[in-house]
Design a protein. Structure first.
Ligand code: ZN
Ligand code: ZN
Length: 417
């Protein structure tokens, strides 16, 4: 074994699934044409993975945390901080972060949660919010626009908590809510205060945006004005040990969505942007694969994620999901050709299942395959849910993945004498 082996975790987001009657009871992975992943399975060590625990549906954020060895049960306090990091806001321990939508309201009624998917003008709107609402009481307001109608908000000040209820009703044609301390959290220090600050922020953002020139212009064009900001997904920032400090490997992340990118930023990994990585079905998977090869010139570890299989799953569209899985396979095919497998180990996995039948994440295990340096072949010869369940690795949990990878790479520390 070589101590300088490079490690690659390659995640097809939401790629796992359940059998589908119209596909002869195959899953979308089983139905897809995946020669590269099949080779990884055939020549490597296979098994199944419970990202968090058996039967526990994982979010992309918690699954990535667990796979990187950061226990979500212990460290996860909501997705807000990852979103905020993902759009480039510095988040400090104690901050409470939210993802936000620019939305359209009439009075308190939410007419459009995404303000007509507003594409321009949000930078000006965010400037106005920063200028007019720098603080509420002793709490600093940090606000950044992201793509389209999305934005992130960070509250910084003493005694804040994420245990507050949602403002965003998550559906149109109803009034937005007043936030309050979550049930059972009435006594949690800071929950009442944070809810008050958020209610005040929403009200004042509405006042600032209502007659902003961008809103006036949109009304004149017959478009819904972005006249309010609806925060959601509150999360408290906690301190996480740097990835490099924990494992002694210099790590990079090549991922497509802010949420997962935020996990990498949080762990102080190098987050590499790839031109052509859109996060959609049109993403350039070969550009992503080339970026991985390049990243290994300066890094020991890469986590890559291609998002699109998850989208087909959420839409309940099997064929789109199959096409997306075949994109993941093409990226892996490029890597099989272009990396030195005597000193590289790859794990191919999903971060969770997104079965087309559920149109959401499920708590089913996902197929995994390790290939390259240190791995041992078993009798599995294709990548998929049925096949990998017979593999040598058995059922792993997300929290065990880094140990397994470091062992294959000859980088694991001996326990005992
Ligand atoms: Zn995911
Ligand atoms: Zn998803």
């Amino acid at each position: 074994m070589r101590g300088d082996t490079k490690l690659l975790i390659f995640i097809g987001d939401g790629m796992g699934g359940r059998p589908i009657a119209e596909l002869d009871s195959q899953t979308t992975i089983e139905a897809a044409n995946t020669p590269a992943m099949d080779r990884v399975a055939r020549e490597g060590s296979c098994g199944m993975l419970d990202p968090i625990a058996p039967g526990r549906p994982a979010g992309s954020d918690t699954a990535h945390m667990a796979i990187l060895g950061y226990e979500p049960e212990k460290y996860y306090r909501g997705r807000g901080p990852f979103e905020a990091k993902g759009v480039g806001i510095e988040v400090r321990p104690g901050d409470v972060a939210f993802r936000c939508n620019f939305a359209t309201v009439e009075g308190k009624m939410v007419v459009d949660r995404r303000a007509g998917r507003i594409k321009s003008g949000t930078v000006e709107l965010a400037d106005a919010i920063r200028e007019e609402i720098p603080k509420i009481g002793d709490v600093q307001i940090i606000f950044e626009p992201s793509v389209e109608h999305r934005a992130a908000l960070v509250l910084r000040g003493p005694g804040l908590s994420h245990e507050i209820s949602e403002v965003d009703p998550h559906e149109p044609d109803v009034d937005y809510f007043e936030s309050h301390a979550l049930e059972g959290a009435e006594d949690v220090a800071g929950a009442n205060k944070t809810a008050r600050v958020i209610n005040e922020f929403v009200k004042r953002a509405n006042e600032v945006l209502q007659d902003h020139p961008v809103s006036k212009q949109r009304r004149a064009q017959g478009l819904p004005p972005a006249n309010i900001v609806l925060p959601r997904g509150a999360g408290t920032a906690v301190h996480l040990e740097d990835f490099e400090q924990r494992y002694g490997v210099h790590g990079a992340m090549i991922v497509e969505v802010d949420l997962v990118r935020g996990v990498g930023e949080y762990l102080n990994m190098d987050v590499i942007h790839v031109d052509g990585a859109t996060g959609g079905q049109d993403t350039d998977e070969l550009a992503i694969a080339r970026a991985i090869v390049e990243a290994f010139e300066t890094h020991d570890f890469v986590l890559a994620n291609i998002k699109c299989p998850d989208l087909g799953g959420h839409d309940g569209d099997c064929q789109t999901k199959i096409d997306a899985i075949e994109k993941v396979d093409r990226a892996i095919g490029h890597l099989l050709e272009n990396l030195d497998w005597d000193c590289t180990t790859i794990m191919v996995t999903a971060d969770h299942c997104t079965p087309c039948s559920l149109m959401d994440h499920s708590g089913d295990s996902v197929p995994i395959a390790f290939f390259g340096n240190g791995t041992r072949p078993d009798d599995v010869d294709v990548y998929g849910e049925r096949a990998c369940s017979k593999g040598i690795m058995g059922n792993l949990r997300g929290m065990e993945v880094m140990n397994v990878m470091l062992n294959f790479a000859g980088r694991a520390e001996k326990f005992g004498a």
